[in-house]
Design a protein around this ligand. Structure first.
Ligand code: MUC
Ligand code: MG
Length: 367
């Protein structure tokens, strides 16, 4: 089955309230829907979420690189030539979410053409994942209130707390308030998005030493090479590399350099083909893995859970699969539903989800 067209459609969905973190803030999901069409009428979909402050991709850049550079290189290829697609896209550096969305849309089309779920094609380990919710910057009481709502409405009991503000006590007070409110009924970890220096990170981790944190993520920049290695020698929880590991080679560099002991796999960034490579590396290196969230909409979340549920290592920990709850709408015909703290794989071939044409008409910004 041959690829006959690659569509890139910009859409905007406002957030209910902005999410703030050390490297930026998000007020609206300004994403790109990617559709891969085939000569037998099967269409695969995925979404690309630009993160200008993290990877330098903008929505306009994603539209331009897909339409002008990537689409012409993959037209005429078959859906099973995934390594050819990967090889051709890899000739262009950067552009992680544009490449990932093309890869995942091709997998979705492949699954639909075989009448099999992508998750089963990838590994088929389980049919669900526990969900971790990300708490953005706010006052301790507002962060506790949001966590209470997530526990009550969705049964979520794992929280990633955004940190990286100054002074560090602003954040450590919020994490302490969460631990005091929920005791040992919740799992907590922190993500600094490179906001602190290595010494600020260590001071914060020492202040939180009694709070039973599961992980610490990107507290300081990986480019502060010796500082980050020094930090890891002084803390006793796994240190997750997230935005410092956008490629398998970066995983190797950070881990062998002593700058990471765990990794975040984001399908929005490495697609399914690249995420497989990262997963296999993590397994070989003995790293903990968390399925991360790049402020994915429901389509992106369907991709993340499809990959996370495919392997034991990626489904062991709660995955960051709830960010779409912060959005005021979505594109999917049947919304994803988090219940009892879990997200089940959508049933059906491919990603198991369909884009609702009326919703797409409403949110697309190119008409
Ligand atoms: C995260 O885990 O860092 C924030 C920036 C980004 O690129 O992803 C989010 C979440
Ligand atoms: Mg992160």
């Amino acid at each position: 089955m041959k690829i006959t067209a690659v569509e890139a459609i910009p859409f905007t969905i406002p957030y209910v309230k902005p999410v703030k973190f050390a490297s930026g803030q998000v007020h609206a999901a300004e994403h790109v829907l990617v559709r891969i069409h085939t000569d037998e009428g099967v269409v695969g979909v995925a979404e690309a979420p630009p993160r200008p402050y993290t990877y330098g991709e903008t929505r306009d850049g994603i539209l331009a690189v897909i339409r002008g550079v990537f689409a012409p290189q993959i037209l005429g290829l078959t859906l099973t030539e995934r390594e050819v697609i990967t090889y051709r896209l890899a000739r262009t550096v950067g552009n992680p979410t544009a490449k990932a969305a093309i890869d995942m849309a091709a997998w979705d089309a492949l699954g639909r053409s075989l009448d099999l779920p992508v998750s089963a094609l990838l590994g088929g380990f389980t049919d669900r994942m526990r969900v971790s919710h990300m708490l953005g910057f706010d006052t301790p009481s507002a962060m506790v209130a949001e966590a209470e709502r997530m526990v009550d409405e969705y049964g979520i009991t794992t929280f990633k707390v955004k940190v990286g503000r100054r002074p560090v006590a602003v954040d450590t007070a919020a994490v302490r308030a969460l631990r005091e409110r929920f005791g040992d009924t919740v799992e907590l970890y922190v993500d600094g998005n490179r906001g602190w220096t290595a010494s600020e990170s260590l001071r914060a981790m020492q202040e939180m030493a009694d709070l039973d944190l599961l992980f610490a993520e990107e507290l300081c920049p990986a480019d502060d090479v010796l500082g980050r290695r020094w930090l890891l020698q002084h803390i006793d929880v796994p240190f997750i590399a997230d935005e410092s590991v956008p490629t398998p080679a970066d995983v190797i560099r950070q881990v062998l350099g002593g700058s990471a002991t765990a990794i975040s796999i984001k399908t929005a960034r490495t697609g399914f083909t690249g995420s497989q490579r990262v997963h296999h590396l993590a397994e070989g290196l003995g790293l903990e893995v968390v399925i991360g969230n790049q402020f994915d909409g429901q389509l992106g979340t369907a991709c993340a859970v499809s990959f996370g549920a495919a392997f034991e290592l990626t489904s062991r920990r709660a995955g960051e699969l709830s960010n779409f709850l912060d959005m005021s709408g979505d594109l999917l015909a049947a919304p994803l539903c988090i219940r009892d703290g879990e997200l089940h794989l959508p049933a059906g071939p491919g990603l198991g989800v369909d884009v609702d044409p009326a919703k797409l008409d409403h949110y697309r910004t190119d008409r």
